[in-house]
Design a protein around this ligand. Sequence first.
Ligand code: MGD
Ligand code: MGD
Ligand code: MO
Length: 550
Amino acid sequence: MVGLATVFGAGGGTSSYDEAEAADVIVMWGSNARIAHPIFFHHVLKAVNRGAKLYVVDPRRSETAQFADRWLGLHVGTDIALANSIGREIIHSDLTCEDFIGRATSGYEAYAASVEEWTLDRGSEVTGVPADAIRELALAYAKADAAQLCWTLGITEHHNGVDNVLSLCNLALLTGQVGRYGAGLSPLRGQNNVQGGGDMGALPNKLPGFQDVTDGAARAKFDSEWGVSVPSDNGWHLTQMFDAMERGDLRSVFVIGENPAQSEADVSRAVTLLENLDHLVVLDIHLTKTAELADVVLPGSASWCESDGTVTNSERRVQRVRKALDPPGDARDDIEILLDIARRLGHNWQYANHEEIWDELRRLSPMHAGMSWTRLNDLGGIQWPCPSEDSLEPPYLHGRLWADDPAERGRPAPFSVVLDEPPTEALSDEYPLRLTTGRRLDSYNTGVQSGAYRSPNRLGETIDISPEDATALGLSDGELVRVSSRRGDVDAPVRVDPALRAGLVFMTFHFPDEVDVNQLTIDATDPKAGTAEFKAAAVRIDKLHDDARI
Ligand SMILES: Nc1nc2c(c(=O)[nH]1)N[C@H]1C(S)=C(S)[C@@H](COP(=O)(O)OP(=O)(O)OC[C@H]3O[C@@H](n4cnc5c(=O)[nH]c(N)nc54)[C@H](O)[C@@H]3O)O[C@H]1N2
Ligand SMILES: Nc1nc2c(c(=O)[nH]1)N[C@H]1C(S)=C(S)[C@@H](COP(=O)(O)OP(=O)(O)OC[C@H]3O[C@@H](n4cnc5c(=O)[nH]c(N)nc54)[C@H](O)[C@@H]3O)O[C@H]1N2
Ligand SMILES: [Mo]
């Protein structure tokens, strides 16, 4: 969101899902959409069946990579080196889109100078990707009539995640692969309503509709609607909150629908800080590990099919959620619980129904103004921006950049000079293996919502290692090993996985009751976005004893 907002002014994916079907080239960069975003990937597969080329950039030959025309198996954390090499190759092959660069961008000269050192040879040496694969992707992306670049956590969960995103945006600016049907930049969102949460202002520096909290005119609107004085300072993002807890500046926390006692990097530190708070309140459907640490647990949440409202997906589409079941027992819709809390805090919040709440948003957030409840019901979903009830916005963003009239084009999209930076934690003799963590198809995040599901085919936590490392370490499938990092250790059975290259090991974070993987991860964070480096820790594997198996 931060990277896209820097370049284009809006922190949203530029394209609609079904535009993928119109693309000639699709690059999935650090995204295992086959298992993590199956609905979007279904559109990608339709394009592939039609003849589109699929490139996958991932250190593992992931489930997604197995569908690719070409897999670029780079070393963890070398994405900027790869993107800069691709950029240089496009420039040296005379495949830049001069028309777009001239009319819609700024800073091209400085960018071109900065990638000049990234020859194919150097790029290949740093990333581990063969030079001919880098060249093939560069030419395919630049020559395509419409190319899409999609990314997720393989790009963002690094200490320099925003720079990673900027390095990918540069490629779209260089070739004009944005602001047109079928082309675009898509950061796929994790949960069904991550985009919606941000749109509604659940960000430390934004009011609903991405209006800045530092913008006095925007605040004045909210002040008069709400009858309060909205603070003018940016708040803290998640990792800054933990730092503030450590300093003693943050003493009470209200957690709604999140399980940081298991999902935070360097989780031992996170748990200690949560335990030391003066007051911790948790509102959740389940009694999570975080709730176990709380002073007050509000166990009242109705789940998504037991409440009304909207969710907004990665293509910026606001969709209605309708209550299908009554919540069990005393469980209530989250909004009712929040309204009750507000009333007890002395604010007389009264809404007759969900539509009235939505209409308040429409009055305050211009990009939602045209989405009446009736239209949302009738149309089965509306994408933002939707400034008026008769607006006919195109399904993609930033078409303005192609306009002939400079006034309509507005602010040019800046190229960014981004420098390659290795992961915070270097490999060493003591910790010689690169651990990256991620997801599997049949489990969900910290396991709270998928933990009860049992199947004979379902794997528990494993430490996945390459066949080469298995041979070198004398390990075979099922053997129990100790995995240690500078922060902690966990015991897990080995799974030998040919999708991994030598030196790279993989774990999920789905089974924290059995194996608490975030004991190992590092909480180095991107200062601009606050995202932790879940994707790059340095670890060691030790055999426990010869007959330890599970
Ligand atoms: N089945 C299932 N689906 C889910 C979830 C789930 O838990 N289970 N969770 C949801 C959520 S919250 C999210 S945010 C999304 C996440 O969806 P994804 O981001 O697709 O999932 P991950 O497996 O975390 O990471 C994606 C890929 O990044 C790669 N990677 C690691 N390091 C690097 C690197 O340095 N460079 C590059 N280029 N790639 C790298 C990993 O090998 C991995 O294949 O999934 C959502 N969907
Ligand atoms: N090692 C490692 N760690 C990671 C990651 C990684 O790739 N590797 N990925 C990170 C990412 S991308 C994410 S998103 C986080 C996920 O981390 P979390 O969001 O902390 O984990 P979840 O398991 O998704 O927890 C969601 C909680 O919301 C509750 N819930 C569900 N629906 C509702 C509702 O309607 N109302 C209320 N009140 N509660 C509800 C569920 O019961 C559950 O307890 O983990 C992060 N941690
Ligand atoms: Mo996520």
